[in-house]
Design a protein around this ligand. Structure first.
Ligand SMILES: *[C@@H]1O[C@H](CO)[C@@H](O)[C@H](O)[C@H]1NC(C)=O
Ligand SMILES: *[C@@H]1O[C@H](CO)[C@@H](O)[C@H](O)[C@H]1NC(C)=O
Ligand SMILES: *[C@@H]1O[C@H](CO)[C@@H](O)[C@H](O)[C@H]1NC(C)=O
Ligand SMILES: *[C@@H]1O[C@H](CO)[C@@H](O)[C@H](O)[C@H]1NC(C)=O
Ligand SMILES: *[C@@H]1O[C@H](CO)[C@@H](O)[C@H](O)[C@H]1NC(C)=O
Ligand SMILES: *[C@@H]1O[C@H](CO)[C@@H](O)[C@H](O)[C@H]1NC(C)=O
Ligand SMILES: *[C@@H]1O[C@H](CO)[C@@H](O)[C@H](O)[C@H]1NC(C)=O
Ligand SMILES: *[C@@H]1O[C@H](CO)[C@@H](O)[C@H](O)[C@H]1NC(C)=O
Ligand SMILES: *[C@@H]1O[C@H](CO)[C@@H](O)[C@H](O)[C@H]1NC(C)=O
Length: 286
């Protein structure tokens, strides 16, 4: 009798463990903050805390800063399939004689192996008056894109990146790796007085307001810019996963509009994290 009871207990335990695994619920003791950033499931720090089927959700917290795969710093998380990360700019600076004084090496970003992909809500941006910059994608999606900006005087300051002193070009959504580099035609000698450097970077659409006076001088010392990545759960549609989706109570499965796989959304009138089975989406007080 004792044996039977323990067998039943073990069976119940295994069943709970199994459903927890399928639903992918995090442990109770997971670290949910890293510095000022709240980490939310399906992302998590250490095993048992992130969605177990996909290591792309594994977050590393180092010196109070969260990182996803390949050391990409995270700015904030989003339930609706977007991740805001921070990516360095690339620049080249010259002195009055036209000698290189400062070069940050071209930025290389590789998302080939992971389940995070570039959103189309980013712009490739170059700043300078003796400047060209390009973005090269070598693998998977092969393409090159870029822009140039040449001017002989300080553009008026109106906050717009419209071609004088600053140019922007869209980048495609998808899974690829790229490198970004900034270059100069004439080593900035003719524009040195107001623009000693060329800059290039990827930035979330609308997040960069061009300040001609300051940015042509030193880019206001910005070293990194916000960039949007897309994510989703698995590679199946909501129809295909059916009731095996990890979407919790008071939420529904929704087809990802940017990738394969799905995301979860709280039902109308509910708020919270729809990826948590029980405590996820809670009713409002009305
Ligand atoms: C957290 O935010 C405070 C106030 O905005 C800031 O002073 C501090 O440097 C931030 N800490 C980290 C690790 O980013
Ligand atoms: C998850 O990240 C941690 C570092 O935070 C690392 O030690 C671990 O190996 C990673 N797990 C996997 C499965 O890659
Ligand atoms: C986060 O989600 C909201 C909608 O819930 C959306 O408007 C916003 O653009 C998303 N992206 C980021 C990076 O916060
Ligand atoms: C980004 O720039 C900082 C310094 O500004 C540097 O410490 C860091 O290694 C750079 N990251 C990458 C991925 O190049
Ligand atoms: C600048 O570059 C020239 C050659 O292009 C070199 O002769 C000169 O010494 C350099 N000046 C400085 C200050 O580095
Ligand atoms: C700077 O560019 C000018 C024009 O292309 C060239 O004549 C000059 O030698 C360059 N100076 C240096 C230090 O490279
Ligand atoms: C950028 O850095 C320089 C030198 O460190 C400093 O003089 C300047 O005030 C800084 N500019 C801004 C906008 O922070
Ligand atoms: C990406 O997602 C698929 C489907 O969930 C999974 O099979 C694969 O292991 C994931 N890749 C990585 C690197 O986590
Ligand atoms: C999930 O769906 C299948 C088929 O649609 C059904 O047989 C099964 O009982 C459902 N399971 C749960 C836990 O609702």
């Amino acid at each position: 009798m004792k044996v039977l009871e323990s067998l039943i207990l073990v069976a119940i335990f295994l069943y709970i463990a199994y459903t927890q695994l399928v639903k992918g619920q995090p442990r109770q003791d997971c670290q949910i903050r890293c510095g000022n950033v709240t980490i939310e499931y399906p992302f998590g720090i250490s095993s048992g805390c992130y969605y177990p089927e996909d290591v792309s959700f594994n977050i590393t917290c180092k010196e109070d800063k969260p990182y996803v795969i390949r050391g990409i710093e995270v700015k904030n998380f989003n339930h609706s399939g977007e991740l805001r990360v921070l990516i360095n700019q690339s620049s080249i600076c010259y002195n009055e004689q036209g000698n290189k004084t400062d070069v940050t090496k071209p930025q290389y970003l590789d998302l080939m192996m992971d389940n995070l992909t570039f959103s189309d809500k980013n712009m490739f941006t170059a700043v300078g008056c003796d400047t060209f910059a390009y973005l090269n994608s070598h693998v998977s999606i092969r393409y090159s894109s870029g822009c140039m900006s040449v001017c002989n005087s300080l553009p008026e300051a109106n906050g717009e990146c419209s071609g004088r002193g600053c140019c922007q070009t869209p980048v495609p959504r998808g899974r690829y790796s790229f490198s970004v580099g900034a270059y100069s035609f004439n080593n900035h000698t003719s524009v040195y007085s107001f623009n000693p450097c060329s800059y290039a970077f990827l930035v979330e659409t609308g997040a960069f307001n061009f300040d001609a006076l300051e940015d042509l001088k030193n880019l206001r010392n910005f070293t990194k810019f916000p960039v949007i990545l897309d994510w989703s759960i698995g590679s199946q549609t909501c129809e295909q996963v059916g009731n095996k989706s990890i979407c919790g109570a008071n939420s529904k499965c929704s087809h990802s509009s940017t990738r394969t796989g799905y995301i979860c959304i709280c039902n109308l009138g509910f708020e919270g994290n729809p990826y948590l089975s029980e405590v996820g989406c809670q009713g409002n007080s009305y």
